[in-house]
Design a protein around this ligand. Structure first.
Ligand code: ATP
Ligand code: MG
Length: 150
């Protein structure tokens, strides 16, 4: 089953991220897909804030992976947009079981490297501020999470 949430501004998206954060668990993986400017980084910042990460969360586009360790759990924020297939060298799969939470922007571009169990979130841009978030849980824990928060 898919879950749909419509957000009408940035704050709504932050609240959605906070709701998902409230059901967090170790080794959770969230895969974001959506066009440039759809809200992937806004979502991640909202999640990080809820995790009480005190560092400034910025887009990791040129760094690929950023680790934040000041929150309740480690957060691994990835943006794989510019990877261009150089993914093997990155050891991305090691992050999935490191005990923290992984959030991947442009995850759909590395589909073969994603874990089987994960939460896919597809963001559709409707207009300047309206977004539809389509959440697709893969695995029981993610289904329960969606049931609990959405
Ligand atoms: N409902 C909404 N949810 C999230 N962001 C919104 C919304 N409405 C407007 N915005 C704006 O859209 C932009 C989203 O930018 P953001 O950096 O999060 O996109 P992104 O998906 O990470 O893009 P990129 O692919 O370049 O990394 C921000 O400027 C934000 O203020
Ligand atoms: Mg981004």
């Amino acid at each position: 089953m898919d879950y749909k949430v419509t957000t009408y501004n940035e704050q709504d998206t932050i609240e959605l991220a906070q709701n998902i954060e409230s059901e967090k668990f170790k080794n959770m993986v969230i895969c974001l897909e959506g066009d440039l400017g759809s809200g992937k980084t806004v979502f991640t910042k909202g999640f990080a804030h809820a995790l009480e990460v005190t560092e400034d969360v910025t887009s990791p586009t040129f760094n690929i992976i950023k680790e934040y360790t000041t929150g309740e759990m480690p957060l691994y924020h990835m943006d794989v947009y510019r990877l261009d297939g150089n993914i093997d060298a990155l050891g991305i799969e090691e992050y999935y079981t490191k005990g923290g939470i992984t959030i991947i922007e442009w995850a759909d571009t590395i589909i073969d490297y994603l874990p089987d169990k994960r939460l896919d979130i597809k963001i559709k841009v409707i207009d300047e501020e309206k977004r539809v978030f389509i959440m697709i849980p893969h695995g029981k824990k993610y289904e329960d999470l969606c049931e609990a928060v959405l």
